[in-house]
Design a protein around this ligand. Structure first.
Ligand SMILES: [Zn+2]
Length: 474
């Protein structure tokens, strides 16, 4: 999920907001909110909002994180979302039809209610893990694969199918960049019926390319698992399924199953109650899940320093492409795709463009096409939207661009970067659903089959669009 969460945090003028009356759970994002800047406190005045974590009175009940929908009798939903974001709440992406969705502790819900807001409990963060589940060394939370589990899988696929898959290390995680004995290499599989010149780290190959990337936001569990299933689907169906065979004979299918392995290590460190870590593991002085940089705000295209302060969920990093994960991903994509677009934002990519790109997030039920940094139409808008509309026909999710009616933009995101920089059509699927028992960051593992059935046709339509994504050039 690419939600906005901007609050003032530790800085030269920081003052401490006391949190004396209750303690927060170890995994709570609210731990990072204990330091609130004076600016944020000034913003509170007149909004009727209080800072999460600024306990004024003892609040009975749990401090566990859960989903809530917030409405105000006096403020529009959009303005309320902006206010909640500014004051440090985890405002989640999604339709505002039921109010502003947030991830918060019951104590904070109570505090908002005392401020005159209506706060409706929308569901738990965690689903029960079946008692029969025994976590294997490489799985957690009912069957999701750890970062190490994905690495074992990637290697096993490459070893078992040398004619169909090449495994590459494309860069390092932040922890790895600090110490060779820590962290991970970022891995990418190139899957195709390998012919001479295929899967090379250059753009001179003859096959068009489709890249699927997942779990850049570590806590979006369903996304990495969909990448895992996509890899298996391709190699297991080659030679038996005509459509898959044709696709693999004509197209390079690149997969980056875990774009943020350090973050996934944090998430999977509790096998029954995953940690709500979104960002990478870059030390920034913030506690709990305030740790890290939002890799989906860190690209070198329209990087925006104002996306969030250090402990914010949307902290874009110290500079554009500051993170080794971003550097590795951008480096791979820059090598394998031809650049067919002039640098100017509103100059179109040519009709000779080949290739498509997809990054998976969860759980707002959206097909997002460029641009995400502005509501102005991208120069290839007609063709970009046609592909997104085809995706929407298969998975049923809304087709959006710009702020998507969600009250925020996402400058520095990967999908904008690959389109704005290289001209390759870049898409985000926010894997849903946004409500019902399979919603949330941590759906039960049994939900995976429905996610897969819904989104496989969208993956295939994007892969097949790689040969000629811009037929009209407009
Ligand atoms: Zn996300």
């Amino acid at each position: 999920m690419a939600y906005g969460s901007v609050h003032s945090d530790a800085g030269p003028t920081t003052i401490e907001v006391p949190m004396t009356r209750f303690s927060l759970p170890q995994q709570s994002h609210l731990r990072r909110l204990i330091a609130a800047g004076a600016g944020a406190l000034l913003l509170l005045l007149g909004t009727g909002l209080t800072m999460p974590g600024s306990a004024a009175a003892a609040v009975p009940g749990t401090t566990e994180l859960a989903y809530y929908d917030v409405t105000s009798p006096t403020t529009t939903t959009g303005a309320l979302a902006a206010n909640l974001t500014r004051t440090g709440y985890d405002v989640l992406e999604g339709p505002l039809t039921n109010g502003v969705p947030i991830l918060a502790a019951e104590a904070d819900a109570q505090r908002l209610r005392r401020g005159g807001l209506t706060v409706r409990y929308a569901g738990p963060l965690y689903q029960p893990v079946p008692a029969s589940f025994v976590a294997a060394a490489d799985t957690y939370y009912g069957g999701y694969h750890t970062a190490a589990g994905h690495e074992v899988h990637n290697q096993a696929v490459a070893t078992a199918h040398p004619d169909l898959a090449v495994l590459r290390s494309i860069g390092q995680s932040w922890l790895k960049s600090q110490s060779s004995s820590a962290g991970h290499n970022i891995q990418a599989l190139c899957i195709t019926k390998i012919a001479t010149g295929d899967c090379a780290l250059n753009s001179s190959g003859t096959k068009p390319k489709f890249t699927l990337m997942a779990q850049m936001h570590a806590r979006e569990l369903a996304t990495g698992e969909l990448a895992y299933k996509w890899i298996d689907y391709l190699v297991n169906n080659y030679g038996t399924n005509t459509a898959v065979t044709t696709l693999m004979n004509t197209t390079e299918l690149w997969v980056i199953p875990i774009a943020n392995p350090d973050g996934v290590d944090i998430v999977s460190s509790n096998s029954t109650r995953p940690v709500s870590q979104r960002k990478n593991a870059h030390t920034n002085g913030c506690s709990g899940t305030g740790l890290g940089v939002d890799l989906n705000r860190n690209s070198s295209y329209h990087w925006d320093v104002n996306q969030g302060t250090k402990c914010s969920e949307t902290y874009p990093g110290a500079s554009a492409a500051s993170e080794p994960e971003t550097q590795g991903i951008q480096s791979l994509l820059s090598q394998i795709y031809k650049d067919t677009k002039p640098a100017a934002d509103f100059s179109a990519a040519t009709t000779a463009t080949k290739g498509t790109f997809l990054t998976l997030h969860s759980y707002a039920e959206l097909n997002i096409y460029p641009y995400g940094w502005t509501n102005s139409l991208a120069p290839n808008n007609t063709d970009l939207k046609t592909i997104a509309t085809a995706m929407g026909k298969s998975n049923g999710y809304a087709v959006v661009h710009g702020d998507g009616g969600l009250n925020y933009f996402a400058p520095g995101a990967t999908d904008d970067w690959i389109y704005g920089t290289l001209g390759v059509p870049g898409y985000t699927i926010e894997v849903g659903p946004s409500s019902s028992g399979c919603s949330g960051f941590f759906p039960a593992y049994s939900c995976m089959s429905s996610f897969w059935n819904l989104n496989l046709p969208a993956f295939l339509s994007l892969a097949n669009a790689a040969a000629r994504p811009y037929p009209t050039g407009s």
